[in-house]
Design a protein around this ligand. Sequence first.
Ligand SMILES: NC(=O)c1ccc[n+]([C@@H]2O[C@H](COP(=O)([O-])OP(=O)(O)OC[C@H]3O[C@@H](n4cnc5c(N)ncnc54)[C@H](O)[C@@H]3O)[C@@H](O)[C@H]2O)c1
Length: 342
Amino acid sequence: MTKLFVTGGAGFIGSAFIRVALEELPDCEIVNFDALTYAGNPDNLAGLDERRHRFVHGDIADRAAVMDALEEGTDAVVNFAAESHVDRSIASADEFLRTNVLGTQVLLDAARARRVARFVQISTDEVMGSLPEDDASFFTESSPYAPNSPYAASKAAAEHLVRAAHHTFGLDAVITRCGNNYGPRQFPEKLIPLVIANAIDDQPIPVYGDGRNVRDWIYVDDHCRAILQALRRGRAGEIYNIGARNERRNLEVVEAILDALGKPRTLIKFVKDRPGHDRRYAIDPTKVETELDWRPQETWESGLRRTIQWYAENQAWVARARSGAYRQYYAQQYGMEIDVRR
Ligand SMILES: NC(=O)c1ccc[n+]([C@@H]2O[C@H](COP(=O)([O-])OP(=O)(O)OC[C@H]3O[C@@H](n4cnc5c(N)ncnc54)[C@H](O)[C@@H]3O)[C@@H](O)[C@H]2O)c1
């Protein structure tokens, strides 16, 4: 794999993947195709080797732009580009359908037209819905589709299109599904960076409902190393669920961050629950562990430590991400103003 076309590479996971791929595949060159929506951030690309990484500003739903940027001889398309926030999809699903569904089909068509050797679709465990709270059930690759939010439904639709391109046209395609990622450079609308940023600023921390929802957390670089394995060794037409066997209740996550920063739990403020809030996600990663010989390298403790340290040391990044439209979004979403001090 030497020529990669990565979409959404200015976002949280895409930019981490580019760093991991440049390091682990010494011969690879990457075209990073990203529309720079509110979640895309050129700062996330700081320090990348310009001889091996080229940024192209473009929209995956724009067929002409994709065809222009995607060259013959590309070994793989890795599709991270997406609208990714459940709450925003509840407010309006339009962009989710355009990017996540239509955009994926445009990329699949372009990959076939340019005879790209492999297509990797980055998907989510949310396509499988929610698990019961207190039993030992897990999502596996054969769990039924049951998306509960417009975001999850759009990602499920994208998976179906990838599957159809493989089945009908023989496109060599692999789907990876992961749980909740955490790590550096995640847009602070998501739980962990939001909690860290608010805690550092001694701001109230909004927690949905009773805070007992369970998520299966994975450090972003571990996710990226699993994607790399799927790209290199995954079998065409297969789905790989990626997880670090790390279920945590939201409240437990918030408390761990407050404790690590030496902040009081009185900052926690319970707010009205998200409509249709999935109760529990938990992934059985046996297939990716055995077939692709992958294991996470970070523990929850080491990953969280690194993550908190990154946000503490990159306050300017956080302040830029939380300026402008984000303030309005935050006030609407949580019914409270954000008071950004730095
Ligand atoms: N964050 C998670 O915990 C998680 C878990 C499982 C799967 N995923 C999936 O991983 C992928 C990346 O997630 P993330 O958290 O890095 O998201 P993100 O919101 O941080 O980044 C998304 C990136 O896609 C770009 N983008 C959006 N619309 C685009 C378009 N039309 N054309 C080109 N670029 C566009 C944005 O500019 C941004 O750089 C998504 O497909 C998401 O569904 C995320």
